[in-house]
Design a protein around this ligand. Structure first.
Ligand SMILES: [Zn+2]
Length: 279
């Protein structure tokens, strides 16, 4: 009886879980709240982007894998072919991969998404929805086919082309995407929200990546930035705010607190919260 009630509850949530909005004729945003799996994740919403070319559509990221995403995407793309990219291999960007069969990711992170993803770190979450992961034993199957991306790869969607920019720092295989129509999808490399950073000794990598993107925005003044979390579109200020914030962490180092769920040091300034990895 409880089971039946529980299922019907999930059915009704199902319809509302993704929020779809048409941002431009050729650009949809599919939003998913990730705090539903654990309150430590505060970067709601996760923005998945769907670009529509004349013959091919491109989906950026596949979300948390809690509810079927493919039916939502299929309805929007019509007869077009579909390409699915992961901006990087963090759980909230990849767990819907299995539904799509074939996905692309930067070559540095292909090994992570080629095997089942272990979500056992969510076992003790106070959120009831993780029971959906429990049904799969906290192990989420990968897509059948994994293709790799490299810096400079170009994909033609018909009327729009996208170029891959390798932007390591947030993770070793993070990518950004630059379109011929003036959008820069910044993935988790830059957004207004809690920042997940590598160890301090790897900060130079993060700063080099941000400088590269700032330079790109200086060359192409009208670029619009589309981050994978929270507010969009943003402009170059996001990149300079983050660059300056990360540079300043050394001055705030004594204010750090331990945040064990992420095994990180937590540091706050007036624009961002940073989690600096202790691993
Ligand atoms: Zn990430």
């Amino acid at each position: 009886m409880f089971r039946k009630f529980h299922n019907s509850l999930i059915m009704s949530d199902d319809k509302q879980h993704f929020k779809v909005s048409k941002h431009k004729d050729y650009l949809y945003v599919i939003k998913e709240n990730i705090s539903v799996v654990h309150p430590a994740y505060r970067n709601d919403p996760l923005n998945m982007y769907l670009l529509l070319g004349t013959h091919t559509a491109l989906l950026l990221d596949t979300g948390c894998g809690l509810y079927p995403l493919k039916p939502v995407v299929d309805e929007l793309i019509g007869e077009r072919n579909l390409l699915v990219f992961n901006t990087h291999a963090h759980w909230d960007h990849i767990l819907g991969n299995e539904e799509f069969g074939e996905v692309y990711i930067h070559e540095n992170e292909a090994y992570i998404i080629s095997k089942p993803y272990d979500l056992s770190f969510l076992k003790d979450s106070p959120c009831e929805i993780v029971r959906k992961y429990e049904e799969k034993d906290f192990s989420i199957p990968p897509a059948e086919v994994i293709n790799t991306l490299r810096d400079g790869d170009i994909f033609d969607l018909g009327g729009i082309s996208v170029r891959i920019i390798h932007t390591p720092g947030h993770s070793p295989g993070s990518i950004c995407l630059l379109t011929s129509t003036g959008e820069l999808f910044t993935s988790d490399v830059a957004y207004y929200g809690d920042q997940f950073l590598p160890k301090r000794k790897s900060f130079p990598k993060v700063l080099i990546t941000l400088s590269k993107l700032i330079e790109l925005c200086e060359k192409q003044k009208d670029l619009e930035l589309y981050p994978s979390h929270r507010k969009y579109p943003c402009d170059k200020t996001l990149l300079t705010d983050l660059y300056n914030g990360i540079k300043n962490i050394k001055n705030l180092w004594d204010t750090k607190k331990s945040f064990d769920f992420f095994y990180a040091w937590q540091i706050d300034d007036n624009k961002f919260r940073y989690y600096v990895s202790r691993m």
